[in-house]
Design a protein around this ligand. Structure first.
Ligand SMILES: O=C(O)CCC(=O)C(=O)O
Ligand SMILES: [Fe+2]
Length: 441
């Protein structure tokens, strides 16, 4: 590592003062900002090997347009090849793209029965040359190294973050960082416990999303909001995390999926004398209150369709991994690390002629499947233990078709919303619309 990087480690944020920006230009920087192994790869003309964008249709029939498009865009910024990877943003683009997209593009052009056209051959040759000369393509470690370097440079030289995102360093301009790349780098900062950096990067990224930028990105605003909220939490600012969540949630663009829930009409309570009523009540009021319970993790929503005979065996919704445990590979990507399913929303999207109710055998209750209705319950007691009484099942559909949607609310970010109870076994009521609950004796 060059002097600046050592300085930064030793003196933290004062690094910019010692190394001096903008006097020191990016292309004069004494350190090539990626790991040794990747540094060697810069001499190979990775960036020149075009993906096969022209030629016989058969050669690229499976090639993802997104990959091709990226490559073409990038060509426009390459300019002088030798200088290209000396810009830290380019070095990052290059490694990120090669490590993630090349293997995918390569497997796409390979097809036993088809002939490779000129550009496909060029790409194939480069691919093999790189593999041979450097014993494989750059690895994730290289991409992480490039991300760390970008962060380090940004931190030491205090570039304007907006410019940096736009590919501007001093008086050089290159291809802007994509939302996906920014998120990757910010997450890297978080992993390295550089929460200051992670916070600034995510905050600016989120601001841009709200301005309508990156609308074509594969990364959703929800993913960015969640990442930012996570960093607030880690920085000891859970209230900021909740504030962000509120703001995000109140925007109608992002809460579409719960809209249909409010269409159901309300009727007055019945059966309040029933002791089991304490456990599962028909309360439209519950709706409003618990909608505010939306999780930071917006990914885990599921839609199910049951045909005749379709059913769901008795089960508990929790997955068995808690917020303090390492994420499980089986967890869905967007919700990874968000903890267990603290609560469940069940939305009924269709009427079922006969059958298809959701039953709760341990509390002896049944919720009828009726379009526009919903049920809500907590899967954990207030003391944090699983509430096994929430066991439930989807009855077989006898006549008709049943559509339901589940929205599971995860543990993350709920600490101020669901507090401990005063008694060891405190539980919460379950809610459903008035008409649908039936009591079983
Ligand atoms: O379809 C139902 O009624 C129950 C579905 C369910 O419990 C689930 O998807 O977890
Ligand atoms: Fe379930």
């Amino acid at each position: 590592m060059g002097n600046c990087c050592r300085l930064r480690t030793a003196i933290g944020h004062a690094g910019s003062k010692w190394c001096g920006y903008p006097g020191l230009r990016a292309h004069n920087h004494p350190t090539f900002p990626i790991s040794q192994r990747s540094r060697r790869t810069q001499v190979i003309r990775f960036h020149r090997a075009k993906f096969p964008v022209e030629g016989k249709e058969t050669n690229r029939k499976n090639t993802e347009p997104r990959i091709l498009q990226k490559s073409e865009e990038e060509q426009a910024f390459i300019g002088n090849e030798a200088d290209y990877p000396q810009n830290p943003i380019n070095a990052f683009h290059l490694l990120y793209r090669i490590q993630r997209d090349w293997p995918k593009a390569h497997s796409n052009i390979k097809c036993d029965s088809c002939e490779l056209d000129h550009s496909a051959k060029d790409f194939d040759l480069s691919y093999h040359a790189v593999q041979k000369q450097f014993l494989g393509l750059p690895s994730t470690i290289d991409v992480q190294g490039a991300a760390d370097s970008v962060l380090r440079l940004w931190n030491v030289y205090k570039f304007d973050l907006k410019d940096f995102f736009d590919g501007i360093i001093s008086d050089t301009k290159t291809k802007p960082l994509s939302a996906e790349e920014i998120l990757y780098i910010a997450r890297r900062a978080e992993t390295n416990d550089d929460l200051y950096e992670a916070y600034h990067w995510l905050k600016e990224l989120y601001r841009r999303y709200k301005n309508g930028e990156y609308s074509k990105s594969d990364v959703t605003i929800g993913t960015v909001a969640k990442a930012l909220a996570g960093v607030y939490d880690k920085n000891g600012m859970p209230w900021k995390s909740l504030e962000l969540l509120e703001e995000f949630k109140s925007d109608p663009k992002f809460s579409r999926h719960i809209d249909y829930y409010t269409t159901r009409s309300e009727t007055k309570k019945q059966d309040s004398g029933n002791p089991l009523f304490k456990r599962l009540i028909r309360s439209p009021a519950g709706r409003k209150h618990h909608l505010t319970y939306e999780s930071l993790c917006r990914g885990e929503i599921k839609v199910l369709n049951y045909g005749v005979g379709g059913m769901y065996e008795p089960h508990q919704d929790p997955l068995g991994y808690r917020i303090w445990e390492a994420p499980m590979p089986s967890d869905q990507d967007q919700c990874k690390g968000s903890g267990d399913r603290i609560a469940t929303w069940m939305f009924y999207l269709s009427d079922v002629k006969i059958g298809g109710a959701t039953v709760f055998p341990l509390i002896k209750a049944r919720v009828r499947a009726e379009k526009g209705a919903a049920a809500f319950w907590y899967n954990f007691k207030r003391n944090g233990d699983q509430d096994y009484d929430t066991q439930h099942a989807g009855c077989p559909v006898l006549l008709g078709s049943k559509w339901v949607s589940n929205k599971w609310i995860r543990e993350e970010g709920q600490m101020l919303r669901r507090r401990c109870g005063l008694n060891m076994d405190d539980i919460d009521t379950m809610y459903s619309n008035d008409l649908q609950v039936q009591w079983l004796s």
